[in-house]
Design a protein around this ligand. Structure first.
Ligand SMILES: [Zn+2]
Length: 240
């Protein structure tokens, strides 16, 4: 899971969402009503989906797992718990059908103070709660929020850890190729490599290796590159 920036909304969409929220508030909608209103609001859903696609990593990847395509608009705080947040933009995320499935999202743990124990990648900093070991592909929860997120979204399922391990191997090879292309002045090839890399699934593996965010050092990338120009490698984080 990586940190994602939330975009602002076009004024007309923001207004529509506000109107819908006002409507739900006026009728004191329950979860079932909110779901029904949400499902019938095609224009709002289309607009929200377009904005979420702009925010997601790579090719519209699920914002929780980062591997499969995001197919659904997920309500971070589920509708059965927060029906009045059905049209609330900060409550919308892009998720794969697994993460958005009824079964998974019946679970919304909170701490004793009532704060969510799941990580919202658009408002929380995932690296404060989760550590990823790229060589094993496994996440470790550093906080109760991190541990609950791993559990609820199944972040350490075998299919995901295997995928992250493969992404780690691919990332090492791509880094080496990219730096060689830069060093040899192969500008077009380097640009092609960077673009393709931006579409790779498991952006969390890429960021764990490369991104210097706060206290996290890009040690894996430093080791792979053997003292070569790590600053150049950071160019690869630019979105395509
Ligand atoms: Zn997912």
């Amino acid at each position: 899971m990586i940190r994602l920036g939330r975009t602002g909304l076009p004024a007309d969409l923001a207004e529509k969402l506000t109107q819908k929220t006002d409507e739900l508030t006026r009728i004191a909608a329950d979860g079932e009503t909110a779901r029904s209103e949400w499902k019938s609001a095609g224009t709002c859903r289309k607009g929200v989906r377009e904005q979420l696609d702009l925010m997601a990593a790579g090719i519209n990847r699920c914002m929780y797992r980062g591997d499969s395509m995001g197919t659904d608009i997920d309500h971070f705080e589920p509708l059965f718990l927060a029906p009045l947040r059905a049209f609330s933009w900060p409550n919308h995320l892009l998720a794969c059908s697994h993460c958005n499935s009824h079964e998974e999202r019946e679970t919304f743990p909170r701490d004793s103070g009532g704060d969510p124990l799941l990580i919202d990648p658009t408002s929380d900093e995932p690296t404060e709660h989760l550590r990823l070991a790229p060589s094993t592909g496994e996440y470790q929860g550093m906080t109760p929020q991190g541990r609950e997120t791993i559990e609820v979204f199944g972040l350490n399922r075998t299919s995901l850890t295997l995928g992250r391990r493969a992404a780690f191997v691919n990332t090492k090879n791509i880094l080496r190729s990219y730096l060689r292309q830069c060093e040899e002045g192969l500008v077009d090839q380097a640009s092609e490599t960077a673009t393709a890399f931006g579409y790779h699934p498991f952006a969390d593996v890429r960021e764990t290796m490369l991104w210097i965010r706060g206290h996290i050092e890009p040690e894996p990338a430093r080791i792979v590159l053997g003292g070569r120009d790590i600053v150049r490698a950071l160019d690869l984080l630019s979105p395509p």
